[in-house]
Ligand binder design. Structure first.
Ligand SMILES: [Fe+2]
Length: 289
């Protein structure tokens, strides 16, 4: 199962749930007004992506309109959803890295903060086929050893899904396999019908779903004749991994200058300590001054 937790339970309750199940639902993530604002901001891009591809909508199985470069195109997605303190704290916990290194006999502790890997709105429509169950950390060639107990540092991706509508089986709510983040890399056993241990992560508007990159999941089958399922999706990666979307090419520097310090840092405009991601031997944030 996937636990549904309110913010008042505190960070540790969310950490415990993610360690146990690989995912959690934040019950009181946002409000209807923010969802409406975000919808207004992404709609032109969703419409354009449909117009561009004609009847064969979007990429990804067909049937899905998209708004890429989401944190640039939607201020609400950037400042409210992506910058949400609980999501940021969970990312620091699960994919932030702190390590000790030796200079001679002197110890030095370095901290590497998470980066935004991808932000995209996906708007799935009639005809959108289900995805095969997969782990998103495939992109980073992650390997997994089977374990009974979660160990910090195991993952390099943490995702946030913010639905703009209720999601349920018929509109293709994400199918997930709670606990599969603890599996190894052997062939998974989903049973004869391919649904052993699989549940639908059904979400209500204003809730959000958080999951580790090692969790088996896949978009469900959109079986309704009309409508669409809009979800704003963000993934952060560890500060020592390559970002899926290239932020330096996707977000012009003049735009980045207007973003909050947090977002600038998460896009990679602050180097990861020690010595990763610099320009002229300096952390690139000086270019934003
Ligand atoms: Fe995925």
């Amino acid at each position: 199962m996937v636990q549904r937790i309110s913010r008042e339970a505190g960070l540790q309750a969310f950490i415990d749930a993610v360690e146990k199940d690989g995912c959690v639902i934040i019950k009181d993530f946002t409000d209807l007004e923010s969802l409406a604002d975000a919808q207004k901001e992404v709609q032109p891009y969703l419409d354009a992506s449909i117009a561009e591809s004609g009847s064969k909508v979007g990429a990804l199985n067909g049937g899905t309109a998209t708004c890429t470069r989401l944190v640039g195109r939607s201020k609400t997605a950037r400042e409210k959803f992506f910058s949400d303190p609980l999501y940021q704290d969970l990312a620091e916990h699960f994919i932030g890295i702190e390590s000790k290194t030796w200079y001679g006999e002197e110890a030095e502790i370095n901290k590497s903060h998470p980066l935004l890997s991808i932000s995209i709105t996906m708007d799935s429509r009639p005809g959108c086929k289900p995805q095969r169950l997969h782990r998103d950390d495939k992109n980073h060639h992650a390997w997994h050893t089977k374990t009974d107990k979660y160990e910090k540092g195991r993952d390099m991706l943490l995702g946030l899904f913010v639905p703009a509508c209720d999601t349920f089986k018929a509109n293709g709510a994400t199918r997930i396999v709670p606990g599969s983040h603890l599996w190894g890399d052997d062939k998974p056993d989903f049973g004869p019908n391919g649904d052993k241990g699989v549940i639908d992560a059904e979400l209500k508007k204003t809730e959000a779903f958080v999951m580790l990159g090692s969790l088996f999941h896949g978009a469900g089958h959109y079986t309704m004749p009309t409508g669409s399922r809009t979800v704003h999706i963000f993934f952060m990666c560890s500060g020592v991994h390559r970002q899926e979307e290239i932020p330096y090419l996707s977000y012009p520097i003049e735009d980045v200058k207007t973003y909050s310090k947090l977002v600038q840092n998460r896009l990679g405009w602050k180097q990861s300590e020690p010595n990763l991601g610099w320009v002229d031997l300096k952390s690139p944030e000086y270019l934003l001054a």
